[in-house]
Design a binder for this molecule. Structure first.
Ligand code: SAM
Length: 235
């Protein structure tokens, strides 16, 4: 069933990848009874709204370039899109970050049970990790879904992106307004919207918009501001 739905969306997955996704679903449901991981629990809906939705970036040519291998997922929560992408792209290296320890505890069980060799997990806030040398301007891609509005999200994510790398923001229909309100953030953080990719999720009558934002230079050391400040006063 999972393989079939992926194929419907022009993404071919192996039997092993299907089994990993099935196991991930089981763990998600099991742990969801103990902690808040997802409001969506029905099998079909999880496949579409979490798995397929997370996976859409693999259709993008820029993502598939072989020399772009390091990816950070900011505010990964229960592992979306990071875990799904780590399953689909075993040749890329993933760093998943979340500010809630419990979610990282869940993800460490997922990584062990699915035997994922390409995932590192970090508990922390974007504003704190973004100041650290080992994270700063280090990743080919930063991805993020459902974490914040774009002006705030840019300050959380751009400091992690390599010069000439991309921040890919998973957005929905309201994306144009968010872009409009991000002009100041784009200029302060020296980045620009390079392309917009739209994907139709016919079955669930939904649409996903991926914004490919290019980081044009090393981030000004002013950013990110200290924890809590970006949210209180977005750029
Ligand atoms: N990306 C997942 C998804 O699409 O299902 C989770 C979305 S959830 C609504 C937002 C997540 O972002 C939460 O798990 C939260 O702990 C995390 N988060 C919020 N602010 C953060 C910050 N400043 N630094 C790191 N993680 C943050």
């Amino acid at each position: 069933m999972i393989q079939k739905v992926f194929k419907q969306n022009e993404i071919i997955i192996s039997d092993e990848q299907e089994n990993q996704l099935k196991k991930y679903y089981q763990l998600l449901i099991e742990w969801n009874s103990k902690m808040n991981l997802t409001a969506i629990t029905e099998y079909d809906k999880v496949i579409w709204k979490h798995f397929i939705d997370s996976a859409l970036i693999v259709k993008s040519i820029i993502y598939r370039e072989e020399n772009r291998t390091s990816i950070l997922d900011m505010g990964t929560g229960a592992g979306f899109p990071g875990i799904v992408l780590a399953i689909l792209s075993p040749n890329k290296q993933f760093t998943l970050v979340d500010s809630l320890q419990k979610r990282i505890d869940f993800l460490s069980v997922v990584v062990a049970e699915l035997k994922l060799k390409n995932v590192k997990l970090y508990h922390g806030r974007a504003e704190d990790l973004g100041k650290k040398e080992e994270f700063r301007n280090q990743f080919d891609f930063v991805v993020s879904r459902a974490v914040a509005e774009l002006p705030l999200l840019l300050e959380y994510c751009i400091p992690f992106v390599k010069e000439k790398g991309y921040f890919v923001s998973y957005k929905s229909k309201k994306y144009k307004e968010e872009i409009k309100s991000s002009e100041h953030a784009f200029s302060e953080l020296s980045c620009e919207l390079e392309r917009t990719e739209k994907y139709n999720l016919h079955e669930i009558e939904d649409e996903r918009i991926l914004l490919f934002i290019k980081n044009n230079s090393i981030t000004n050391e002013k950013y990110p501001r200290r924890a809590g400040k970006p949210k209180k006063k977005p750029l």
